[in-house]
Design a binder for this molecule. Structure first.
Ligand SMILES: *[C@@H]1O[C@H](CO)[C@@H](O)[C@H](O)[C@H]1NC(C)=O
Ligand SMILES: *[C@@H]1O[C@H](CO)[C@@H](O)[C@H](O)[C@H]1NC(C)=O
Ligand SMILES: *[C@@H]1O[C@H](CO)[C@@H](O)[C@H](O)[C@H]1NC(C)=O
Ligand SMILES: *[C@@H]1O[C@H](CO)[C@@H](O)[C@H](O)[C@H]1NC(C)=O
Ligand SMILES: *[C@@H]1O[C@H](CO)[C@@H](O)[C@H](O)[C@H]1NC(C)=O
Length: 440
């Protein structure tokens, strides 16, 4: 026993004499101050919107440092510091080290989590919980400037708040994306992630264990081609795509509305608004929305139409690879060309309107080409299967070429401004088509 008493004693000594506990609710933690679980220590943002402290999720027995909405009855955690390293007891202490980093220590002074931002030593660092839900480290001499040396908004967990950026800061190679909790009781990273992929063009992608589950369709300068953001009174979407940053975010039309979007542990991305009448979160919108949002639902070279009894149909000039499967509504095999395209005379293109563009698997983006130049470019390369304008701005500009199979197309309910041109042989160009689709 004697062996164990000494370290414990030292620990208490250090905390009592070197670090003063924060007792009154404050939004700022300074050097030589500490927040400890055992004293129910918290930070509360100035407008009392968010609180930072220790919590135990659901039926778990473990302790986490997190941020939650302060003034609502159901504890809604929006960020967790030590999701990789839960604490087994209430010995956790949060403080700012001599080097300026914010650290979470356990009973044995082991680091369970740290901001890990090197070289802050020369500065006068404080941690502050803002009314946006952002926990920031900044130099106190910089006043309230937004020149943060570290911020939790750059290290999201499963939740996105107003003002947060989901996506890339290309200048420093930072990619911010959401990862789901493992379960309602376990904030450690689960299988699902949601973020922006940049492959020629930007698109939002929801993945499970690295496999795509849902994608938004490419950003065309106006919208993500496959999701129409329905206008609503709470969220004002913000999308930035330039040489420095590629991200999505949102602001609020009424600052006092409580909102968040969240990637649930079962893989659904939801937009939530706090309902003050019923004291619960209500879901404004969620993704994926229907069967046709499921990535590659119909297999290659097919299009998914949710309102159809048979949701999958082959593109014109294509037929099911496994017709027996398609007869019993097993779509994944997809479709193949009726006659292989080989650049023979008479090949051309069929125009499709109001579809989610195929995934950007084997593509080429030529921003300076016109639509007609794009057509000629596609026509002269026998493995080019489709083309479209790469941007919808200015009535359509630029050129996007697809090679090989076309994956994950969906008939959109609101026809977008972009048209897709699918390569077809001479015999298919004359066929009577409706919306470019040939029904089996
Ligand atoms: C911390 O909160 C718990 C539960 O509300 C309470 O029982 C305990 O006395 C508090 N501890 C301190 C030091 O305030
Ligand atoms: C750390 O900061 C000091 C003073 O600002 C600077 O001279 C030094 O190069 C920095 N070191 C690193 C590794 O950035
Ligand atoms: C914002 O919401 C609050 C609470 O619901 C409401 O009282 C207020 O009137 C709203 N403000 C505006 C400008 O709509
Ligand atoms: C190209 O395809 C057409 C139609 O299937 C076929 O008639 C022709 O023989 C093919 N040409 C070559 C060179 O393979
Ligand atoms: C067709 O395009 C693909 C993809 O860009 C390229 O790899 C291939 O070399 C091109 N073929 C011809 C004949 O230009």
């Amino acid at each position: 026993m004697g062996i164990h008493i000494l370290p414990l004693f030292c620990y208490l000594f250090v905390v009592t004499f070197s670090y003063s506990e924060i007792s009154m609710a404050t939004d700022i933690l300074r050097q030589f101050q500490a927040i400890s679980d055992i004293d129910n220590g918290t930070l509360v943002s100035v407008g009392k919107v968010f609180q930072l402290g220790f919590f135990t999720p659901g039926n778990s027995k473990r302790r986490y440092l997190g941020i939650w909405y302060n003034n609502i009855p159901s504890q809604t955690v929006v960020w967790v510091a030590n999701r990789y390293n839960p604490l087994d007891d209430s010995s956790g202490v949060l403080r700012i080290e001599n080097d300026g980093n914010l650290v979470l220590l356990d009973q044995k002074e082991r680091v369970a989590w740290s901001t890990n931002t090197v070289n802050l030593s020369s500065r006068n660092i404080v941690a502050q919980l803002l009314d946006t839900g952002n926990l920031v480290l900044r130099d106190e001499r910089n006043g309230n400037s937004e020149n943060y040396v570290w911020q939790s908004f750059d290290h999201p967990c499963d939740a996105m708040l107003a003002g947060m950026k989901l996506g890339w800061d290309l200048r420093i190679g930072l990619n911010r994306y959401l990862t789901s909790w493992k379960s309602a009781d376990d904030p450690s990273p689960g299988d699902f992630s949601y973020g922006i992929e940049i492959q020629g063009l930007a698109q939002l992608v929801l993945q499970k264990g690295g496999a795509k589950m849902f994608r938004s369709g490419p950003w065309n300068g106006v919208e993500f081609n496959g999701i129409s953001v329905s206008p609503n009174l709470a969220f004002i979407p913000k999308i930035i795509n330039n040489a420095e940053e590629v991200y999505v975010g949102f602001s609020l039309s009424n600052e006092s509305t409580l909102t968040m979007s969240e990637l649930s542990y079962y893989g659904v991305f939801k937009f939530l608004v706090w309902d003050n009448s019923y004291f619960r979160w209500s879901v404004l919108n969620s993704l994926p929305r229907d069967e046709c949002d499921t990535y590659g639902q119909c297999g290659p070279n097919a299009i998914c139409t949710f309102s159809d009894a048979r949701i999958c149909s082959c593109l014109t000039g294509y037929k099911p690879i496994f017709p027996q499967d398609w007869d019993i509504l097993i779509w994944a095999g997809g479709c193949i060309q009726n006659t292989p395209l080989n650049c023979s005379a008479g090949e051309g293109f069929i125009e499709l309107e109001g579809v989610k563009m195929p995934d950007l698997l084997q593509i080429l983006v030529e921003p300076s080409l016109s639509l007609e130049e794009c057509r000629l470019e596609c026509l002269k390369n026998c493995s080019c299967t489709a083309y479209a304008n790469s941007a919808a701005t200015g009535g359509g500009t630029g050129c996007l070429l697809w090679f090989a199979d076309l994956i994950d197309m969906k008939k959109l309910t609101l026809p977008g401004s972009q048209k897709l041109y699918i390569r077809a042989g001479a015999s298919d160009l004359g066929t009577c088509v409706w919306f470019g689709l040939m029904y089996m």
